[in-house]
Ligand binder design. Structure first.
Ligand SMILES: C[S@@+](CC[C@H](N)C(=O)[O-])C[C@H]1O[C@@H](n2cnc3c(N)ncnc32)[C@H](O)[C@@H]1O
Length: 257
């Protein structure tokens, strides 16, 4: 039986109230990628890049926000913990510099290649088919690797993963839902059974669903009411998982991990 806390609130306010430490943080934050473009292809559903107010920042605001949540999240990470951050390619070095300046150790960058990205209708540029996942730890000793790193096979352990974007029965109305296959891959490598993993921008709950299937526990924070409800429905429907919903963090004591 796995356990999942679903906390409704703003990560910046909720994180300081969490009194526990987790084994890993795997987080898919806002990318600051929204724009007002809507692509309409003949005979196909319009594709919008306007994901909502949660994904609009000026460059400076975005980097300030990124530093703020990274500092707050890092405080919840055990000494041996892995910290994985999804990121659009344009921000990879900014995000890396931010967490390195806060004492995290950068280990590598994984590329997620989407096999079915939105097409380039006017054919004036590349399709946006790659995203990055930055891997850091709280620190490490070169001679004695203490963080979880479950190396499978040479064939599987490329710093590259390829999947379609989320479709079919897996797809919820969340506009930037990640495929479960990507999260399962990361969880298998960077965490162990019974670990606790934090996702402070949980969206539709993909991390929690993937984790519950391979015996990991999660703490999830999501501020948007609609997405929170999508996540709650999705995770509560799972077998072998105990779900605790937290709607007010005012008196949040230590969670029972
Ligand atoms: C990129 S999406 C995560 C998608 C998720 N990985 C999934 O597969 O569904 C980022 C999420 O962070 C949420 N969010 C944005 N700002 C937030 C904040 N300050 N606190 C908590 N959640 C926030 C958004 O509502 C959005 O659902």
């Amino acid at each position: 039986m796995t356990k999942h806390y679903l906390i409704h609130g703003d990560a910046i306010e909720v994180l300081p109230k969490i009194q526990n430490k987790v084994d890993a943080i795997i987080v898919d934050p806002p990318y600051n990628t929204s724009n007002k473009n809507t692509k309409v292809l003949k005979g196909r559903k319009a594709r919008t890049s306007d994901f909502g107010a949660w994904d609009y920042y000026s460059d400076e605001e975005y980097l300030r926000f990124t530093r703020k949540w990274i500092i707050l999240a890092q405080e919840k990470l055990k000494a041996h913990g892995n910290f994985l951050i999804f990121c659009k390619l344009e921000y990879v070095s900014d995000v890396r510099r931010i967490y390195e300046s806060e004492g995290l150790k950068h280990h590598g960058t994984i590329i997620w290649h989407k096999t079915n990205p939105a097409p380039q209708i006017r054919k004036k540029g590349f399709l946006s088919s790659c995203e990055a996942i930055l891997w850091a730890t709280n620190g490490f000793d070169d001679n004695k690797i203490s963080y979880a790193f479950n190396f499978s096979t040479q064939r599987e352990m490329h710093n590259f993963i390829e999947t379609p974007i989320c479709m079919g029965r897996e797809r919820t109305p969340h506009p930037t839902q990640k495929p479960k296959k990507v999260l399962s891959h990361l969880l298998n490598i960077f965490t162990n059974e019974n670990d606790w993993i934090l996702d402070c921008f949980a969206g539709s709950g993909t991390l929690a669903e993937a984790a519950s299937e391979i015996k990991r526990n999660t703490i999830n924070i999501e501020s948007d009411n609609n997405y929170f409800n999508i996540m709650a429905k999705r995770i509560q429907g799972g077998v072998n998982s105990k779900v605790k919903i937290v709607t007010s963090v005012r008196n949040l004591g230590p969670l029972k991990l």
